[in-house]
Design a protein around this ligand. Structure first.
Ligand code: UD1
Length: 417
């Protein structure tokens, strides 16, 4: 199994471009199930999670084709309305096929995703949303069975802000009869990107990007073309890579407005950051201060950058308190960072990080989830000696060519068997 070998100590300098956003591409690819014909997407990152999505779409009877960063999905009348456990367990986001299949075909059978490393991650809010639109839901032998002749618009108040739940119900509501209002909807930029694609297909959605989304149901959608938004989490990770190695790095092809919470915290820590139209530059800082961070729904600090920011704090001056409010078990990277010499006390949802500006020391470590693996790579960049990060298949789920992007900036990093 591949590992990442990171030789610490190199300063990263230069310019690097962001890829398309995994978390926008996944729901958008599932939304193709709403309209038969050929859909064309650009800026689709080459990732394991995209391959898993393609495999699921193909199992339902669709055809997919990649040509560089262009990805086509030809949707035929579905041969199956069932998303099998073997495909769903590989990627939790597969549950996003439920809304599109149910609303278009009146019936869907989707495996329940099960637990994952960062918490229980239930799908109850997805199912409540479908029920509020008139679906009958039963759970049998690990599968969700959903049925409704035609969904009917309704008002849904999400008890918790859920990105996937908002996306799933929004997709289902596009072909429902009448108007649906989603209250306490998630406001993440990826939801906006999805809504924009749905509208290109003929949906009538307004309010996306705010906490109230209104969807006027239509009878039919038709395929369209779309360029996937830039990956704000990848951009943030690369910016932190420049910062932690005391370098000057410009991250291009990103949307700075999507990264305001991170930039605010990095500036508070003492970094100079310049914002261009589609770029962010972090300038060399020899030292930085510890700052506290609390994760929360967009536009506040993203949980998907918590682990990477923690890596930055392990070598800051002072003590930082990092609070995780989105997932109950998202400190799996802490024990691995401690193996690299970090001084961290983890509690249930809070970690106290006592910075060690003199740096970390290399060790073999193990990735536990996607963002945790990125934080270990970042820590490895400043740990003295050679760090190996195992189980990097987690990294391949969500970062396109991370090692070559970091190599381009001067990092000593390579994939080894
Ligand atoms: C998405 C992102 C993930 C990110 C997360 C939060 C994708 C593919 N993944 O995940 O990278 O970390 O948003 O920004 O876009 N919850 C329930 N019941 C539900 C659904 C969610 O209780 O039915 C809870 C979750 O357990 C969690 C919280 O709501 O505590 C937020 O989860 P959610 O926003 O749904 O995350 P995902 O869509 O799974």
């Amino acid at each position: 199994m591949d590992k990442m070998l990171v030789s610490g100590g190199a300063t990263l300098n230069g310019t690097v471009a962001t890829s398309g956003a995994k978390n926008a591409a996944l729901p958008i690819l599932f939304s193709t199930l709403l309209a038969e014909g050929e859909h064309v997407f650009r800026n689709v990152p080459q990732l394991k999670d995209i391959e898993s999505t393609a495999a699921l779409l193909e199992s339902l009877g669709c055809e997919t084709r990649r040509d560089g960063d262009t990805f086509r999905v030809k949707v035929n009348k579905l041969q199956s309305i069932e998303a099998h456990y073997d495909l769903v367990r590989k990627m939790r986001a597969s549950i996003l096929c439920l809304g599109p299949i149910l609303t278009k075909y009146g019936e869907a059978v989707v495996s329940m995703p099960g637990g994952c490393a960062i918490g229980t991650r239930p799908i109850d809010l997805h199912l409540e949303g479908m029920k509020a639109l008139g679906a009958e839901i039963t759970l049998k032998e690990g599968y969700v069975h959903a049925g409704a002749k035609r969904l009917k618009g309704g008002t849904i108040l999400f008890e918790t802000c859920t990105v996937g739940g908002t996306e799933n119900v929004m997709m289902a509501a596009t072909l429902a009869q009448g108007k649906t209002i989603l209250e306490n909807a998630a406001k993440e930029p990826e939801i906006v990107d999805l809504a924009e694609y749905l509208n290109k297909m003929g949906a009538k959605i307004t309010g996306h990007g705010t906490s109230i989304i209104t969807i006027e149901g239509v009878d039919k959608l038709t395929p369209a073309e779309h360029t996937i938004m830039a990956d704000r989490i990848e951009a943030g990770t690369l910016l932190i890579a420049g910062a932690i190695t005391k370098g000057e790095v410009t991250v291009e092809k990103c949307v700075p407005q999507h990264l305001e919470a991170l930039v605010l915290k990095m500036r508070e820590a003492g970094f100079k950051i310049e914002q261009g139209k589609n770029s962010l530059t972090v300038f060399k800082a020899n030292t930085w201060e510890a700052v506290d961070v609390t994760t929360a729904p967009h536009p506040l600090f993203p949980t998907d950058l918590q682990a990477q920011f923690m890596a930055l704090m392990t070598v800051a001056h002072g003590t930082s308190v990092i609070s995780e409010t989105i997932f109950e078990n998202r400190f799996m990277h802490v024990q691995e960072l401690i193996r690299l010499g970090a001084d961290i006390t983890p509690k249930t949802r809070v970690a106290v990080v006592r910075g060690r500006p003199d740096g970390l020391t290399a060790a073999p470590v193990m990735a536990t989830d996607l963002r945790a693996s990125a934080s270990l790579v970042l820590a490895g960049l400043v740990a003295k000696g050679d760090t190996t990060v195992g189980r990097i298949y987690h990294l391949d789920r969500g970062y396109e060519n991370l090692e070559s992007k970091l190599q381009g900036l001067g990092a000593k990093i390579k994939r080894v068997e």
